[in-house]
Design a protein around this ligand. Structure first.
Ligand SMILES: [Ca+2]
Ligand SMILES: [Ca+2]
Ligand SMILES: [Ca+2]
Length: 230
């Protein structure tokens, strides 16, 4: 039973040529389903809105699950090669998020060293970048409550993250270069579209040219469109 799913992720987790579906819900679960819809397992941290990302953390070609809830618990689980996912799953590590919520999880090889990193947008106000063993590679106290993080493609900054006070931070994958930009808006949704970041706040939709933000460090290249008639 899915209690109002938040996100769906699809991947061939057992390398049998068919996709599995991973769904997060509002009750602290990451649920896994086979391609035919039958349930493959349910993985729980603590009750709250779940976020999840999938990445091959140990280089064996299979993804591991990284998942955490809005009540703070964040962990990584390795699925067994054979047998029941539910019974055979092993916890690889937990990340101490100090009881603060996980607002978003992303994974990508941010520093191009061949291994995936995990991006944690945390209610602590920190953006954490973890290695495959759950250790902090770098962190940035970007503000109050990081509400969203994006991994950018084909752009000089590799990360964009937003805090609840309306500040956008752009950062290189290794965290060495960062820019803070006052958007004065808090996204309910944000995504990359080509060379732009599109931010939706519920009342307006804005697009920002990534190169312009990165060079100028200010949000001057804003175009605003209000959704709705007209
Ligand atoms: Ca499969
Ligand atoms: Ca793996
Ligand atoms: Ca890496």
């Amino acid at each position: 039973m899915l209690h109002g799913s938040i996100d769906f992720l699809t991947v061939d987790a057992d390398l049998d040529g068919k996709l599995e579906i991973f769904a997060t819900d509002h009750y602290g679960h990451l649920q896994a389903f086979r391609h035919d819809g039958s349930k493959a397992g349910a993985f729980y941290t603590s009750i709250g809105d779940m976020q999840a990302t999938l990445a091959d953390l140990d280089g064996d070609g299979r993804v591991e699950m990284i998942y955490g809830s809005s009540t703070g618990d964040l962990l990584s689980t390795k699925l067994p090669e054979t047998g029941s996912w539910q019974r055979g799953a092993k916890t690889l590590w937990r990340f101490d998020n100090f009881g603060y919520g996980v607002n978003r999880l992303r994974s990508a090889d941010l520093d191009v060293d061949g291994d995936a990193e995990i991006v944690v947008a945390s209610q602590t106000g920190y953006l954490y970048v973890l290695d495959g063993r759950g250790r902090v590679k770098w962190q940035d106290r970007a503000g109050t409550d990081i509400v969203e993080a994006l991994v950018l493609a084909d752009a000089e900054p590799r990360l964009a993250y937003f805090d609840r006070s309306g500040v956008l931070t752009l950062a290189t994958g290794d965290g060495e270069v960062r820019r803070r930009i006052a958007l004065d808006r808090v996204p309910t949704v944000a995504m990359q579209l080509g060379d732009k970041i599109v931010v939706g706040t519920g009342s307006e939709l804005l697009s920002f040219e990534i190169g312009g933000l990165w060079k100028s460090g200010s949000a001057t290249s804003v175009t605003t469109r209000r959704p709705g008639p007209g």
